[in-house]
Design a protein around this ligand. Structure first.
Ligand code: DGT
Ligand code: CA
Ligand code: CA
Ligand code: ZN
Length: 569
């Protein structure tokens, strides 16, 4: 799928055009980018089937943009984009990755301080020049410095929700080859880590050369980094992919090695040594004799351990648990009965109540909560009148869908003073209430904690949505006193969300595990803004698994009647 690649280019073109003061065009490109990245159909397939006319049916895509999409599909590039990039000497993409910096700021930074890239920006901040600009002060310097640090750390890693479909696409391509015997996704992607550096794939085959030829000549291969008979590395779209071919006798030990993590491997190897073995990617050896290697399970068994689910392999206690046969029975996608956060056309979503319900039902869920925004100015929030109108629509959709239930909820903004941005009248209309912080993200840890606890104690909130406010690779999130939040959530019977949207994943694995251990209820919500996003539910389940969660830690594994009892709604 080239949808995301094309959307990214249009976003980048919009930014440059905005810096160049071009009117309305930036918005046109952004609008097209948004619809392209949220559609589930492969844009290339649309083009092959219906040509330019098909492209022009995409919302926000007119003649001019359709031509650019066509150009990209046919030639792999958009000339206008390359021209635009060359037309300004600024690393727009790099600077845009800094929180709080948009095209307008980039323009000012360049005009006044000659800032062209992240390095220049860092210099400008450190030399105190930034605060001489209008609208900049000490506080913004501090924030920009923090973001610069953050950008250095996250550099180039891709969100799991972006990398995983690409990995699955490559593997399903290779799987069709008769030359491939076994094939397995490894590395951080298999462990479902929230961001991944590169993709790692292992295979067994009798014709390594042929397999490597095919691997390195797949359609989306942008560059071949190395090509050899047992290992090749390519750049596929914008992500690096390693394929290794191993002997079937070593397949299990190679999988064990390349799943990782490195920390997990080192700890397992130590155990092997303590038991008189040697473990490598080639097998488990006693002296020169390979005693296991074809299957992972046998290796763990010989070392006195249960087989460990990939998501747990971070050396965070899973090895000890596996030795004691006390690994958790992790929650699975099939345990999920509901999705408890999504938006419709009543606020900033793209689909109707019925469409969201229908797709969720088709995805085998039993109920959902529609949670359009209340009190958030930028997201077309609901009024009391809209809430009442939506209730009628939900009733009608429920009558049509059968054996499926749509709850009317809302994602209510938590104001700066900790009160909810909704009247009592509005709140009493709703079946379930999510509280969320969207503005005032830079308050101190103390203020932010107090603010969130007020919402938890309001008596109206059932779930705190995206509790830390982080955006992967973009925004670190506000600071909170985690233990105080957990304690308040427990006392007030409020669940914390694992937001499954690819760039949120919030709570993350570490925080969700701490919440679970504190006994706090967790809720998974996709935060879908279109029906195509509903498939992200699995990303929430992966995070829950990395947080050691079992079925009973996640409230939306409950049948609706039990959920109602549990939340007292
Ligand atoms: P990434 O790509 O940064 O998201 O993270 P991984 O975990 O996919 O790491 P990667 O691609 O560098 O290597 C894949 C796996 O290979 C890694 O999870 C564990 C194994 N591995 C790599 N380097 C070492 C090492 O130095 N020692 C051990 N024991 N294992 C390693
Ligand atoms: Ca990797
Ligand atoms: Ca790798
Ligand atoms: Zn939200």
């Amino acid at each position: 799928m080239k949808n995301q690649e094309i959307a990214n280019i249009f976003y980048a073109m919009a930014d440059i055009l905005e810096i160049k003061n071009v009117a309305w065009k930036p918005n046109a490109y952004r609008k097209a980018a948004r619809s392209i990245e949220s559609m589930s159909e492969d844009i290339e397939r649309i083009y092959k089937k219906e040509g330019m006319n098909g492209l022009k049916k995409i919302p926000g895509v007119g003649e001019d943009i359709a031509k650019k999409i066509e150009e990209y599909l046919l030639t792999g590039k958009i000339k206008k984009y390359n021209e635009l990039k060359k037309s300004i000497p600024i690393d727009v993409e790099g600077l845009m990755s800094i929180e709080g910096i948009g095209p307008k700021t980039i323009k000012i930074l360049y005009q006044k301080l000659k800032v062209k890239n992240l390095k220049d920006l860092e210099k400008a901040v450190k030399s105190g020049k930034l605060r001489s600009l209008p609208r900049f002060g000490e506080k913004s310097e501090e924030n920009i410095l923090k973001s610069l640090e953050f950008a250095k750390k996250s550099g180039g890693r891709k969100p799991l929700g972006y990398a995983l479909p690409i990995a699955e696409e490559i593997i399903s391509n290779l799987k069709t080859l008769k030359e491939i015997n076994q094939i397995q996704l490894c590395g951080s992607t298999a462990r479902r880590k929230e961001t991944v550096g590169d993709l790692d794939i292992l295979a067994t085959t009798k014709s390594p050369k042929k397999v490597m030829d095919i691997f390195t000549s797949m359609e989306n291969v942008k560059r071949i980094v190395v090509k050899g008979p047992t290992k090749s590395t390519i750049v596929y779209g914008d992500i690096q992919v390693d394929l290794r071919v191993v002997d079937s006798k070593s397949f299990g030990s190679a999988v064990q090695y390349f799943i990782g993590s490195k920390e997990h491997n080192i700890a397992v190897r130590k155990i092997a040594i303590s038991k008189g073995y040697k473990l490598s990617e080639y097998g488990l050896f006693k002296g020169n004799k390979r005693v296991a290697g074809a299957k992972e399970e046998t290796i763990y068994k010989k070392l006195g351990m249960d087989w460990i689910p990939y998501e747990l392999r971070e050396n965070r206690g899973e090895i000890e648990a596996a030795q004691k046969h006390k690994l958790p029975k992790l929650v699975e996608l099939k345990d999920m009965r509901a999705d408890l956060q999504m938006h419709t056309t009543y606020s900033d979503g793209a689909n109707s109540v019925y469409e969201m319900g229908l797709t969720s039902k088709r995805n085998r869920l039993k109920y959902i909560a529609i949670t359009d925004h209340i009190g958030l100015k930028i997201a077309n929030s609901m009024t009391l009148k809209a809430i009442k109108k939506q209730r009628k629509e939900i009733n009608a959709a429920n009558a049509k869908l059968k054996n499926f239930k749509i709850l009317q909820g809302a994602e209510v903004d938590i104001k700066l003073d900790g009160t909810l941005a909704a009247s009592k009248k509005m709140l009493s209309e709703l079946d379930i209430v999510l509280g969320a912080i969207h503005v005032g993200l830079k308050r101190s840890k103390k203020e932010q904690t107090k603010r969130m606890i007020s919402a938890i104690e309001s008596g109206y909130v059932n779930i705190i949505a995206h509790p830390t406010g982080r955006i992967i690779n973009m925004r670190q999130g506000y600071e909170l006193d985690r233990d105080k939040i957990f304690e308040a959530a427990l006392r007030n019977n409020v669940a914390l969300e694992i937001n499954a949207f690819p760039t949120r994943m919030d709570l993350n694995d570490v925080h969700a595990r701490a919440a679970k251990e504190a006994g706090v209820m967790l809720s998974i919500g996709t935060d879908s803004h279109s029906k195509e996003h509903l498939k992200f539910l699995k990303l929430g389940v992966y995070t829950a698994r990395r947080a050691w969660c079992e079925k009973n830690n996640i409230i939306n594994t409950l049948p609706l009647s039990k959920l109602k009892k549990k939340l007292n709604i």
